[in-house]
Design a protein. Structure first.
Length: 184
């Protein structure tokens, strides 16, 4: 019997260069809803069927910002930290019932979130009076490999964790960041 998997990837981040005092309660609620509660609600909806079926998997997409806090995206960091912790706890609850739960935590990925017209590079460049391409190029050397991850690389990791080839992996947070995080 092939495994059933639920892959949860939804998120949004809003860069705020003016600090915590500019993050309203509505901003917090919106950030927690999209970056944390959407995954909680989806997992809760899928779990009865996944448990009934067995040999199932949930893979969520968190972020290296779950453990690399950044004050310019404080609400995003908090929500992703909550998501990573939730998945670890859920893995302990449902693992004995045949459902594996894992998290993928990407660093910068070559997507509109980083490189789009309203992405991180453009927002920082606008605030600093610079060029978005220069901002993106400056972020690249922070990783050991010297490039952003590609969306397909993140997707491949999700597929691996969702399938049988990772059948003994649960409660894991797999980082894909080109060596940005330098701690074990």
């Amino acid at each position: 019997m092939h495994p059933v998997s639920v892959d949860l990837n939804v998120g949004a981040v809003r860069l705020r260069l003016t600090g915590l005092l500019s993050v309203t309660d509505d901003d917090w609620i919106q950030g927690l809803t999209i970056n944390f509660l959407a995954a909680v609600r989806t997992a809760r909806a899928a779990l009865p069927r996944l448990i009934e079926r067995g040999n199932a998997s949930i893979v969520t997409v968190s972020s290296v910002n779950a453990f690399l806090p950044d004050p310019t995206i404080i609400d995003y960091c908090a929500a992703k930290a909550a998501l990573s912790n939730f998945c670890k706890a859920l893995s302990k609850e449902v693992g004995p019932r045949g459902v594996r739960v894992n998290t993928v935590s990407p660093g910068p990925v070559s997507t509109a979130l980083w490189l789009g017209d309203d992405g991180v590079a453009a927002t920082v460049a606008k605030a600093a009076g610079g060029d978005p391409e220069d901002i993106a190029r400056a972020a690249v050397p922070q990783s050991a490999i010297g490039c952003f991850s590609l969306p397909q690389e993140v997707a491949d990791l999700v597929v691996l964790l969702a399938g049988d080839r990772a059948g003994n992996v649960t409660g894991s947070d797999s980082v894909i960041d080109g060596g940005l995080v330098r701690t074990p």
